[in-house]
Design a protein around this ligand. Sequence first.
Ligand SMILES: Nc1ncnc2c1ncn2[C@@H]1O[C@H](COP(=O)(O)OP(=O)(O)O)[C@@H](O)[C@H]1O
Ligand SMILES: [Mg+2]
Length: 196
Amino acid sequence: MNFTYPEGATPLEYEELLQLIPPHITTQTELNLWEQNNILLAERWAFKKKQILSAEFVQKLHQKMFDKTWKWAGQYRHSEKNIGIKWPYISIEVKKLCDDVLYQIQHQSYSLEEIAVRLHHRLVWIHPFPNGNGRHARLVADFMVLQHEYPRFSWGRNQGVGSDLYHATPVREQYIKALRQADQHDYSFLIEFARS
Ligand SMILES: Nc1ncnc2c1ncn2[C@@H]1O[C@H](COP(=O)(O)OP(=O)(O)O)[C@@H](O)[C@H]1O
Ligand SMILES: [Mg+2]
């Protein structure tokens, strides 16, 4: 099977590709659809959860999102990618991130939405998993605002046709650009993008 990767995506290692669960999938489109269905099941599971700011939840959510797709669902990376921290530090950094976010909420360090967007960025920056990091970290941020009775983020979906983040669309370009601004500690573009 040939996979296509838009700008800002992390290509999979050959060994990771061998761990695809459904044997009948042969195209990228089929895989995308299969993953989307898997993710919907995870959303249903996660909406009932009370405590989402823990390393356990973060890992379990990824597992639920991809457990019918990849054998490495919910497992932290064991290889370096073109983005992300060095893999041996993932576990400790995810824990630190959750603790920091709990502290920020308690002390109202930023607005709640800004805390969620910063959480999203730091999680994709860590890049805990071999794949699915963008979708996973968007969902984590979504659940955080939902728990505080804010509407779920739209991540560019209100911009109309071709606004999906999975293909090389102009909206995805905006998203990646906003993440790169956030890499430079300017979160304003990403905050705006999350509600666009
Ligand atoms: N410069 C960057 N800074 C922070 N995050 C980035 C950057 N470039 C890409 N990303 C994130 O990495 C994601 C791609 O990682 P990947 O594991 O393939 O996720 P997915 O499979 O859900 O798209 C992008 O969707 C984005 O969230
Ligand atoms: Mg990907």
